[in-house]
Write a protein of this length. Structure first.
Length: 148
């Protein structure tokens, strides 16, 4: 089971971000058969803040949509209790939803799912890994009936 904190203002959203987080994390833990207890933080920030974080930590001088900071694995390979933080840019949620032709709810769900998968060790640097991560994201969202 993965518990979470929501940090930052979420007033811009016309849906229940807490309920969405619960749904995504419950489905993710079921899908990946995670039996141990963990905690994460979803941190909602503005365009300026995500740009600053991206520049400082990734050396990329532009805003992005989501950045995950994993706290790392235990030496024996088990997941740590505190998995990490997921920063989500609120403006990017709305911008990308419009650009991709779906709802802000769907875009926020995608970014929340993408972030948690990164904290659980998934990545998309290599083509094979990208395919695995994308398929898992799509399965989770489809099973929750959060479609484009």
């Amino acid at each position: 089971m993965i518990k979470y904190n929501i940090i930052g203002s979420i007033e811009e959203f016309d849906f229940d971000v807490n309920k969405l987080a619960k749904r995504i994390l419950k489905k993710t833990t079921q899908k990946l058969k995670i039996k141990t207890k963990h905690i994460i933080s979803y941190i909602f920030v503005d365009l300026e803040k995500i740009h600053e974080i991206n520049k400082e930590y990734r050396k990329i001088d532009r805003p992005t949509d989501v950045i995950s900071f994993a706290y790392g694995d235990d030496e024996d390979g088990d997941l740590p209790y505190e998995l990490g933080d997921i920063f989500i840019c609120k403006e990017k949620v709305f911008e990308q939803a419009q650009s991709y032709g779906h709802s802000p709810y769907r875009e926020c769900a995608f970014l929340m799912t993408h972030g948690i998968l990164h904290l659980l060790g998934y990545d998309h640097l290599e083509k094979e890994d990208e395919l695995i991560m994308n398929n898992l994201q799509n399965e989770i969202l489809n099973e929750l009936q959060i479609n484009r």
